[in-house]
Design a binder for this molecule. Structure first.
Ligand code: SF4
Length: 505
């Protein structure tokens, strides 16, 4: 049975060759990934990791006119208070109504863990449908119902019989995966199982217009538009400015761009199958959904790396253009854009030359960004990816060529990161968002590896990132003063050990 036919999505730990504990050279990472030894690596000591449900919620909270039913203890939904600020801003930036998502919790108690939570779940779905009239009700299944064996899928199926909204289950218990990126699959699995992804007659098109000469003209016009339409996939780390930059570049090729699945409504998602090509900027985000769309609707897809820096933006644009037979046009666009961008970044380059940088974050982004920063003249000391899977092999082939003697790691452990920073004393850390406060306490200047409010992709992104780095170097007294007054909870003896002392092969 294919993953798409199963009621529950697979976790990445099952679906891919994956690892989260590694330290060594890039060529060793590749060997380890290909031989399967990545799966067996572990640690003798762990600090806590993140819960995959948090990331699934981040995506679900962006969907327009949706209600979220958290099936679990009340605490599992606590991040939704903060999330609604972020998603409201994202909606407003995209010209959508900044209405926060409605969310409810089944508030499971000890007695429910003994007696089961199915009745509460059914009542909460019915209440959400009746009171708020959402278009979609996301039912988020957390750890507790998965441990006690609630049949969430059956409740969703039976609730759908009487609900006006689409009822979409999102199975994402935190305990089930060590890899947070499983969250993307959990979100997409819910969409592909429970939402209509094909246009509907009378709502999206007029069926009898296809008859007669007028209908033929309309059909030809429609097929032309569909043949030039690209779906860009934007999961979590890709903000509106990046969407705009990529839409601008693809627009220059005469292509029509639609962006999925964050900040889309049920009406927009119905049209997801009406495109000539699906394009993802990161296999870690979207490969699960894109393979489904290919299998179900025959839509080809392209995962051609992240368009960061001159080389990768040219490569990305060229790969899309070659699908439409427009390689020459893409080359001309890239030439013109590079000329302009090189002039714009020239004043910044002397200010970053030779600065020692450490990178940390998602596997594809850190690899790509490290290559770009090296190209611009920075000294890349090391970088660490939060996890590794075999989808990243292609980019790490290039990493191995660019950094043959640099020691890299696969780690999401803060105690190891602290150790590395104390030892290496980088001039700059380019790090996953959420870590900036801790880095300031360590006394190092930092910029975010991604930020949904800022620009990273394409030529505009290159300029914007460099400007942020230069600005960060201008005044580092805040980090210095803060670090003088903060003590981390590790003994001095920890800093004498190797940062990856606890990784066992
Ligand atoms: S790990 Fe489980 S209990 Fe904790 S927040 Fe995630 S889903 Fe809830």
């Amino acid at each position: 049975m294919s993953y798409y036919e199963q009621a529950m999505p697979p976790v990445r730990d099952q679906r891919l060759k994956i690892g989260d504990s590694f330290s060594g050279l890039a060529c060793e990472i590749l060997d380890c990934s290909k031989s399967g030894c990545m799966l067996t690596r572990n640690r003798l000591f762990w600090q806590t990791g993140a819960c995959q449900m948090a990331l699934t919620l981040m995506m679900a909270a962006t969907v327009e006119r949706a209600a979220i039913v958290m099936h679990g203890p009340i605490g599992c939904g606590s991040q939704l208070h903060a999330l609604s600020v972020q998603t409201n801003k994202g909606k407003a930036q995209r010209g959508k109504s900044p209405v926060p998502p409605v969310w409810l919790s089944t508030n499971l108690q000890e007695s429910d863990v003994i007696g089961g939570g199915e009745a509460k779940l059914r009542q909460t779905i019915e209440y959400a449908d009746r009171e708020f009239r959402p278009e979609i009700i996301f039912v988020v299944s957390t750890c507790a119902p998965n441990i006690i064996g609630d049949d969430v899928e059956e409740i969703v199926r039976s609730a759908q019989e009487s609900a006006a909204a689409h009822v979409v289950s999102l199975h994402c218990p935190g305990f089930k995966s060590r890899v947070v990126a499983s969250a993307y699959d959990a979100f997409y699995h819910g969409l592909l199982k429970h939402l209509p992804l094909s246009p509907e007659p009378w709502r999206d098109f007029v069926p009898h217009a296809e008859n007669g000469p007028q209908g033929d003209l309309k059909r030809i016009e429609y097929e032309n538009v569909k043949g030039r339409t690209i779906n860009l996939w934007n999961a979590t780390s890709i903000g509106v400015k990046d969407e705009e930059e990529l839409t601008r570049l693809l627009g220059a090729l005469g292509l029509k761009v639609r962006v999925f699945a964050e900040y889309s409504s049920a009406d927009e998602m119905r049209l997801v199958s009406q495109a000539a090509l699906n394009v993802s900027m990161c296999n870690v985000h979207d490969d699960y959904m894109l393979s489904f769309l290919k299998e179900k609707f025959g839509t080809p897809y392209l995962i051609a790396g992240m368009p960061i820096g001159f080389r990768d933006t040219r490569r990305w644009l060229g790969a899309i253009a070659s699908h439409f037979g427009m390689e020459e046009e893409a080359r001309r666009i890239a030439d013109a854009e590079e000329e302009r961008a090189k002039a714009a970044i020239a004043p910044f380059l002397p200010k970053i030359q030779g600065k020692r940088v450490l990178l940390c974050g998602g596997v594809v982004r850190v690899g790509t960004e490290a290559i770009v920063l090296k190209e611009l003249g920075m000294d890349v000391l090391t970088f660490r990816a939060y996890h590794y899977d075999n989808g990243a092999d292609e980019i790490y082939e290039r990493v191995a060529e660019e950094f043959p003697n640099t020691r890299l790691s696969v780690s999401n452990q803060w105690f190891e990161f602290c150790n590395q920073i104390k030892k290496l004393k980088p001039d700059l850390v380019v790090s996953h968002n959420g870590t900036q406060g801790l880095l300031a306490k360590l006394g190092v200047p930092a910029v975010q590896l991604f930020d949904a409010d800022k620009s990273f992709f394409g030529y505009g992104g290159m300029f914007s990132l460099l400007r942020r780095i230069v600005f960060t170097f201008k005044n580092t007294s805040y980090q210095k003063r803060l670090s003088a007054h903060v003590k981390f909870p590790y003994r001095d003896s920890w800093y004498e050990k190797d940062a990856f002392h606890y990784i066992k092969n």
